[in-house]
Design a protein around this ligand. Sequence first.
Ligand code: KIV
Length: 272
Amino acid sequence: MSSHTQSVKRLTAPEIYARKGQTPLVCLTAYSAPMAEILDEACDILLVGDSVGMVVHGLPSTIGVTMEMMILHGQAVMRGAKKAFVVVDMPFGSYEAGPEQAFANAVRILKETGAQAVKLESGPTVHDTISYLTQRGIPVMGHVGLRPQAVNVDGGFKAKGRTQAERDKVLQEARDSDAAGAFAIVVEGVAADLAGEITAAVKAPTIGIGASAACDGQILVVDDMLGQFDWSPKFVRRYAALRETISEAAEGYAKDVRARDFPAPQETYFAK
Ligand code: KIV
């Protein structure tokens, strides 16, 4: 009963779906319990993105991310977030073989983390897979445009929609995800006009990252937004300068330790 009461307080997939064209949805990635606890109040959705592989584990792309990593970080975020709707990314290789593989892995993610939904990047089987999952009780967030898991076929992290053929493909994938029952669709790395076209074409709210204000909501990688890296893409706005703050704190600590100024008596235990 208590866990049921707790889950009722969280936003739900239908509530998010109903936000189409309303107040923009506020979304950030989160990978740890303390960060999820801090972000929870401000955000509608916390995404345990497979970007965790690059942001936290220092991988060159998201290709090496495993189910175990997503589950571990999903569990941590669920311990920290009480109100936000939590979505966990399906890692590369966990859903592309077909709907049944996707279902087995999505069930594992939801059961082992307690999160409410999964996200998967679009591809040739996107309609069948999203439809299979949603019909079996699994809310799915789609992801079109720049697909980080396609880095090896695309030859890098490249914005999408530069040619008419590419625009048509991205638009069709968004329509397919929508028709298959996605409750929201991430649109990544596309020009403003294409983002607007997609947003107008689908019933589900679109959540943009590098996809202009035309979308129904926005998402950023939290560490980018907090200024933890020395470089960030053009579409990121930094709301803090965490890299400088952490660096200054570490320098200050090192100076105090070397000068035997830390710990001081007030930071020391003494025998009574
Ligand atoms: O993995 C991730 O963080 C994402 C967002 C960038 C949308 O997919």
